[in-house]
Design a protein around this ligand. Sequence first.
Ligand code: FAD
Length: 830
Amino acid sequence: SQRVVIIGAGIVGTNLADELVSRGWKNITIVEQGPLSLPGGSTSHAPGLVYQTNPSKTMTLFAKYTVEKLSSLYKDGENCFNALGGLEVATSPERLEEIKRKHGYAQSWGIESHLITPEECVNRHHLLNKDLILGGLFIPSDGLALAARATQILIESTRNAGVSYREHTVVTGIEQAAGHVTGVTTNNGSIPADIIVSCAGFWGVEIGKMIGLKVPLLPLGHQYVKTTPVPCLMGREVNKNINAKNAELPILRHQDQDLYYREHGEQIGIGYYGHRPMPIDAGSLGVTPKNVSDKNMPSRLEFTPEDFAPAWKASKELLPALRETEIADGFNGIFSFTPDGGSVVGQAPNLDGFFVAEAVWVTHSAGVARAVAEVLTEGRSRIDMAECELTRFEEVQLSTEYVSKTSQQNFVEIYDIIHPLAPKENPRNLRLSPFHARQREQGAFFLEVGGWERPHWYETNANLVNILPQEWRPVDRDAWSSKFYSPIAAAEAWKTRNAVAMYDMTTFHRFEIAGPGAVHLLQRLTTSDVTKQPGSITHTLLLNAHGGIISDVFVSRINDDLFQVGANTATDLAYLAREARRQQKHMPGQWAHVRDVTGGTCCLGVWGPRARDVIRDVTLDDFSNKSLPYMSLKKISLAGIPVTMFRKSFVGEHGWEIQTTPEYGQRLWDLLWHSGKPHGLVPAGRAAFNGLRIEKGIRTSGSDMSSEHNAWEAGVAYAIQMNKSIEFVGKAALESLSRKTSAHRLRCLTINDGRSMVLGKEPVFYNGKAAGYVTTAAFGYTVRKPVAYAWLPGNAREGESVEIEYFGKKIKATVTADPLYDPQDSRLHS
Ligand code: FAD
């Protein structure tokens, strides 16, 4: 097998070695700067609380696997996981609601979970002050990971299986040739490698610098203390168990005060996130000592008691027994935070064969390690990795300033109640489309995505709400789904369906693929035949070799050797660029250059039954159905502005995405605005867009479907041309998948009462059992009821009833044939 070098013998690196060994890989070396007996990274002192439930399905499944794996790692008759259960208590009405939402996530992702009363909380954790508690969430399979012990067991077992370990060896450089890694340089010489995986924890930034890779994580200090013995915990049998299984109370979170707790025999350990962020430069920590000890390790900084004062006060209130104790010992431990709270895992975009698996908690460690091992050995992870992909960030999000600011913010908000639509407050206004000034004049309400400011609705349309026909009037919403929402969206949707509206599409990713190898590249990577004549647009899929959906993209053929790809993420860009490089290596004449042109272009979607009238007034060029049919493009001039008209639509109405370069942007806006006004044109935002999209049945990559799903299950088989001349990535897998009946299918649900909103990720009950989850949801303005897409068992039939659990309440819905709006596409072709 290939020669693998893993940097770092923490919980991630050692798990990765184990996962590779169990898949039959040999030639693995782990390089660790510290002593193997206690390497001195974050793992060496992690208290190891494992709360599995997370809004992210990926992270939850990683945690679930970590629990399974650590539970099966035995030495001397003891495993490495203490399944004490995980308790989160609510001490405020808002938190009580929040734990209901979390209970929903647990059910969506298949984790047993219980909402419990204050009495039950105290029964489970007898140190709790019942007077403070309004309720709790209890997850029986949560508990304590014995991370340092697991690391030692894994070192021993993988070493026996042939993994080579180099301790006290510091990686100082990465060797490469022709864009691929060839080895690592260390203080003890070079080690050759075909694959390098950096599992260096918070030192990841330093390793990244060696190859010019910005690893978007920030090392931060985090306080952890142990109390003196708690009188009521003394003298128990459990305290005699020295194997760190010296605990019997569930692990405990008091998120309203940024606190968590575990037992250490007679003592209580307290972790605190309420203090000021304490950023650390890993490069300045100096050399790891030869003799790392519990008290002397690079990841452990001096305790600052003044920062802990509020935590100590709140702890004595929540756990009155602590009033009889003191703080025995404390430290500021270092670990990684990222701009969005997710881990950073995957292959470097700029160096083939170089991978990272960093900003990974103990909680997710084995899951992440398994995913990386699957990527290396099979070319994909069974659990979708988009949410932790190293390449998911936009360039602007990789700057040191951005990473620092947003990661600190994540530390501050780690236990806060955050609405799924809530934007970052800071930094903002990083990327502005050329329409921005006009959008502000129109009272746009902006949310942030990928650094862009994206309008969600326009206050200048508020007056339209009052004149909406009765059947278009927005229905009242509950407080949670009313956040970051305005009834103005209903008016903008109404205008789109009945007149014309203008949407800023600038924030969508646009890549250019140019060169003699462009056709071959796209033929190989997409599921459709893109060799159509210049001027055609194809909606197609990028699959992995196992038939899983990486992304859905629009491929527009501009001329013979030039394509524009409308894609979803920065990860799509990294993938296309890497594949282009590989192609050139193997077929030098077939080179193709992949370039991000998102910021070098701008785009307005003009859609609605009167869209044609708006354009007719400003051009002499032919844009008739014949000259510019649905799914085609054409360069024309609009009152002297050079534009490309892409005849496609995300909202299900006739119209175009009109693209130009930013210097013409404001003129284009003004032109369309003035020309459109007599025809009823309004600017419209993302809120209306989402509702129109969903009732037209258009799936969103990443939310509705991912690499865990295939095209048949996701209902996007229309984007597949099995008979195309060239073997495309994923074709062989699709052939066998098409013969199987899917265990799950993405289904459209309509809400029976016509008003109850859900937002996504809620569990769906089928035949009384939690059997699936909502992917995306929105109010379907034209069909006049909320609509949700959900993964459900393959046997769920149209017309059947299901229930969606939202904040603990069941909402009735019906499995419905889709698309709900214009299934014949007559509006698009009109
Ligand atoms: P590490 O354990 O840091 O391992 C990285 C290794 O790489 C180190 O051993 C380091 O020496 C080595 N290395 C770095 N650079 C080089 C180089 N150039 N050459 C050679 N070797 C190198 N997580 C939870 O899930 N639950 C918790 O309750 C929890 N509590 C925490 C409490 C505190 C106080 C802290 C600080 C962290 C806590 N964490 C918790 C987080 C968790 O400890 C870490 O996320 C996790 O241990 C990271 O594991 P790792 O293997 O990625 O990194």
